[in-house]
Design a protein around this ligand. Structure first.
Ligand code: ADP
Length: 171
């Protein structure tokens, strides 16, 4: 099942929320800053351990940490692509973010996952193209993996909510 809501992702009670992180995993602005602020230092501590073990998190990849004080159980941090005109594999990398996050959710027995609109903030991905990729990638994944029962697209603005709903109406 796929749902869309307009809300702050830090308020969502699911097994895992996804963070649109950057490759340092050290927090930042936008949704990343909101998650670290609301979840507390435990998230950053886990991120530091991951960085010490594997180095930075590459674009399209995902890692999982505690959700600290958040209502979710886990935060899955994925690094979205910066939009650079569209010919730098941005679309494939954005699809990788959704796929790798869901894979990690399955590996950690998560049945419900909430996504923000990855890369549509400071990373400047066109919102319409990002919505197409998000909906297509998630619905394809769910058709192959029945372990995940619910995915929620958590939009922060009306435009993303409308665009995601438009894509969902096509499937
Ligand atoms: P990116 O660097 O991947 O573009 P941003 O955090 O700048 O990440 O933006 C990604 C999306 O997350 C944007 O659409 C932004 O409006 C949205 N966003 C920002 N804060 C929150 C929040 N607290 N909950 C859900 N979405 C948020």
């Amino acid at each position: 099942m796929i749902q869309v809501i307009k809300n702050d992702i830090t308020k969502i009670s699911v097994d895992a929320i996804v963070n649109a992180a950057n490759s340092s995993l050290m927090g930042g602005g936008g949704v990343d800053g909101a998650i670290h602020r609301a979840g507390g230092n435990a998230i950053l501590e886990d991120c530091r351990k991951i960085i010490a073990r594997q180095g930075s998190c590459k674009t399209g990849e995902a890692v999982i940490t505690t959700a600290g004080k958040l209502p979710a159980n886990y935060v899955i941090h994925t690094v979205g692509p910066v939009w650079n005109g569209g010919n730098k594999n941005e679309k494939e990398k954005l699809a990788d973010c959704y796929k790798n996050s869901l894979k990690l959710a399955v590996e950690n027995n998560c049945k419900s996952v909430a996504f923000p609109s990855i890369s549509t903030g400071v990373y400047r991905f066109p919102k319409d193209v990002a919505a197409q990729i998000a909906v297509k990638t998630v619905s394809e994944f769910l058709s192959k993996h029945n372990e995940i029962e619910k995915v929620i697209f958590v939009c922060f603005d009306d435009e993303n909510e409308i665009l995601i709903n438009k894509e969902l109406n096509k499937i």
